[in-house]
Design a protein around this ligand. Structure first.
Ligand code: NAD
Ligand code: IPM
Ligand code: MN
Length: 365
């Protein structure tokens, strides 16, 4: 039988709640396809800080690098919000992404017919939306130097960051995006701020130049402020979006709400080689942590992306996605996607319902 080692990084807040549920779903879907998954759990974020003094212990990064794929819950929380930068949970997550070299972050935002009523947009606007945001994940203002704190000429305290992209960083994320668009509806929209920022000017130039290698893809460009507006005006105009680290962060949260909830959106982060990192796009949701209220579907769907993009186990991935759809057909909803006439359940119960459905759908592949 095929067997894989998976590193689980539950993290903080609702992270452990949603990862526990997703792990069981992952195991079962794998087992039904004859795939054995071996799990090792490691610390990251605030929980790692509390136990070891750093947000990404070497042991965690080594384990992640040595495994076949990594499933992460979420990191962060009030307790660590005022820590110095190198002692923030968020810094651990950035170190993990950089350490794994996962520069391409795929964030699909698709409106499921079952959840049209959960969207805050009108039905006719939300219906049928199917967008893939390809976010650059290991460059840009998150990592650019110089950065830090200082004092300006007037003696005023300052904080500063640098938005920087090299041509090769742009080319490699653009290539991924063109390839992704090719497997979808053949349309790629590159989002930037090339009317103002040099890093965006280079971005637009490189993406435009690469288009000649992908003559079958229809490339367009849009400024990020307009893109934010167009996403809520008429999201159906978008197929694949490629953008930098910070714009991708913001636009994917915005896109998630079209689908009903941030609790629904999974992601896959991949590099040139080595294990991929799979995580929901949401955070540790400290406001609902420990209350069994979190929607585990974003993490369950991230587990499906792990099977598909991380392990090449397409059939097992399909089982999970079909089970999620079917569970929604059965009417089960966590609070974030609840609408009248559906059945309100907690995180654990939602997980149990998905598990039952994975078991009952024998014919998926
Ligand atoms: P958040 O995504 O944690 O929460 C935003 C809102 O969405 C909250 O009201 C929360 O309850 C809700 N929400 C999020 N996920 C949900 C789910 N699965 N089910 C139901 N509701 C859900 O963002 P925030 O509040 O801005 O950040 C909280 C902490 O998480 C911060 O420390 C932040 O740095 C961190 N964060 C981590 C990640 C990550 O680990 N990848 C991502 C974003 C934020
Ligand atoms: C995300 C988060 C992270 C990001 C933070 C927690 C570092 O918002 O995964 O979207 O900005 O990338
Ligand atoms: Mn984010």
């Amino acid at each position: 039988a095929r067997s894989y080692n998976i590193t689980l990084l539950p993290g903080d807040g609702i992270g452990p709640e949603v990862v526990a549920v997703a792990k069981d779903v992952l195991s079962l879907a794998g087992a039904l396809e004859g795939v054995e998954l071996r799990f090792q759990e490691k610390l990251v974020g605030g929980s790692a800080l509390d136990a070891t003094g750093v947000p990404l212990p070497d042991e965690t990064l080594d384990a992640a690098k040595g495994s076949d794929a990594v499933l992460l819950g979420a990191i962060g929380g009030y307790k660590w919000d005022n820590n110095e930068k190198h002692l923030k949970p968020e810094t651990g997550l950035l170190q993990l992404r950089a350490g794994l070299g996962v520069f391409a972050n795929l964030r699909p935002a698709a409106v499921l017919p079952q959840l049209v009523d959960a969207s805050t947009l009108k039905k006719e606007v939300a219906e049928g939306v199917d967008i893939m945001v390809v976010r650059e994940l290991t460059g840009g203002i998150y990592f650019g130097k110089p950065r830090g704190f200082g004092t300006n000429d007037n003696g005023d305290d300052i904080g500063f960051n640098t938005e920087v992209y090299s041509a090769s960083e742009i080319d490699r994320i653009a290539r991924v995006a063109f390839e992704v668009a090719r497997k979808r509806r053949g349309r790629l929209c590159s989002v930037d701020k090339a009317n103002v920022l040099e890093a965006s000017m280079l971005w637009r130039k490189r993406v435009t130049a690469l288009a000649s290698e992908f003559p079958d893809i229809e490339l367009s460009h849009m400024y990020v402020d307009n893109a934010a507006m167009q996403l809520v005006r008429n999201p159906k105009q978008f197929d694949t979006i490629v953008t930098n680290n910070i714009f991708g962060d913001i636009l994917s949260d915005e896109a998630s709400m079209i689908t009903g909830s941030i609790g629904m959106l999974p992601s896959a982060s991949v590099g040139e080689s080595g294990p991929g990192l799979f995580e929901p796009i949401h955070g540790s949701a400290p406001d609902i942590a420990g209350q069994d209220k979190a929607n585990p579907l974003a993490t369950i769907l991230s587990a499906a992306m792990l099977l598909r993009y991380g392990l090449g186990e397409e059939n097992a991935a399909n089982r999970i996605e079909a089970a999620v759809t079917e569970t929604l057909n059965h009417g089960f909803r966590t609070g974030d996607i609840y609408s009248p006439g559906t059945t309100l359940v907690g995180c654990k119960r939602m997980g149990e319902e998905v598990l039952k459905t994975v078991n009952s759908l024998k014919e998926v592949a």
